[in-house]
Design a protein around this ligand. Structure first.
Ligand code: AVJ
Length: 318
């Protein structure tokens, strides 16, 4: 998930939406900043490192599931579908799908045009005969897909348990928007992380090497870089906790002492122990996942998991 950006890690023109989200998020109680802002260049690099950590099972587990299921996926989805990926081209997962489905076209959708163009180029090189139609859009809203693929039935692809970042309310909205965008006869292949013991979940988001901590702390560093702030990073620590009531891992940045800082002329005071909520990662049991899909307008038709039941991939039809 490496997002190439114009910036080189130095002070640069901030995205006005980033500024607005940070200022509003720090003013609100509980304080919270949307997880999408993790992924600047450094954040994307740190996330790539996370996917290789021994404690972080989701990526390698989902790849294993896809490698097993994809050879027989044709039996369920037929041939000639246009594959529409929500989020553009995860380096390892997309080729596994494209090799087995042999789609009529591949449409990666992403809000970051730079990232979209870079990953489309890589994919075109690996699949020279494939029609690749990158589509720059916010997939949280219903969208009109390119006319070239208007007549082809669609296969939506949403791997990585990215849906876990959303609350169930947002997740059902997204699933419905996908259904509307993909149209009649569409199918959806989606990865969701399963509920499991906190003894496995918490280390996956609080690894021994401290990479996830660095990933979380990079949000503060990004605020300093892009919003011209001077938040002392040593005043915060990374916290990952399992919220059993909501079946989600939460990441927070916790103030370790009373701290005051200023962004854009606005002063924020935090007391020791107070946190900024930076991410949710919702986990779904087998039945939970099926109910979520149905609530979003999709009928589950098949599911695959790994031998330990850590992660699951669902195929659903509109
Ligand atoms: C990219 C949202 C699937 O929730 O597991 C990994 C992000 N955050 N470690 C996840 C993440 C901390 C990841 N997703």
């Amino acid at each position: 998930m490496l997002k190439p950006e114009a910036e080189d890690g130095q002070r640069s023109l901030a995205d006005p939406a980033f500024r607005a989200d940070v200022l509003a998020g720090l003013a609100r109680r509980p304080r919270a900043i949307p997880a999408r802002w993790f992924y600047d260049r450094q954040g994307s690099e740190l996330f790539e490192q996370i996917t290789d950590l021994p404690e972080y099972y989701p990526t390698r587990t989902e790849i294993g599931i896809l490698e097993k299921l994809c050879p027989t996926l044709c039996e369920h989805v037929g041939q000639g579908r246009a594959v529409v990926e929500f989020g553009s081209g995860s380096s390892a997962k997309t080729p596994i799908l494209l090799r087995s489905v042999v789609p009529s076209a591949y449409v990666p959708i992403d809000i970051s045009g730079d990232f979209l163009r870079a990953s489309s180029k890589t994919l075109s090189a690996a699949f020279p005969d494939l029609l690749v139609l990158p589509f720059e859009a916010d997939f949280m809203r219903p969208l009109t897909l390119p006319r070239t693929i208007a007549d082809a039935p669609k296969l939506g692809f949403f791997p990585g348990s990215t849906i876990g970042n959303m609350t169930p309310l947002m997740a059902t909205d997204l699933l419905r928007a996908m259904r509307a965008s993909l149209g009649e006869g569409a199918m959806l292949l989606i990865g969701m992380d399963r509920i499991k013991g906190a003894d496995i979940l918490v280390p996956a988001y609080d690894d021994a090497a401290g990479v996830t901590a660095a990933f979380n702390m990079n949000l503060l560093a990004r605020i300093n870089r892009e919003l011209d702030a001077a938040i002392p990073l040593d005043a915060f620590r990374h916290v990952a906790r399992w919220n059993d009531d909501r079946a989600r891992i939460e990441m927070h940045l916790e103030a370790v002492r009373d701290i005051k800082f200023t962004i854009d002329g606005q002063t924020f005071a935090m007391t020791a122990g107070e946190t900024i909520h930076t991410e949710n990662s919702h986990k779904y049991g087998a039945r939970d996942a099926r109910i979520l899909l149905r609530a979003g307008g999709w009928t589950p038709v098949a599911e695959w998991t790994d031998p330990d039941g850590l992660f699951a991939v669902y195929l659903a039809e509109a």
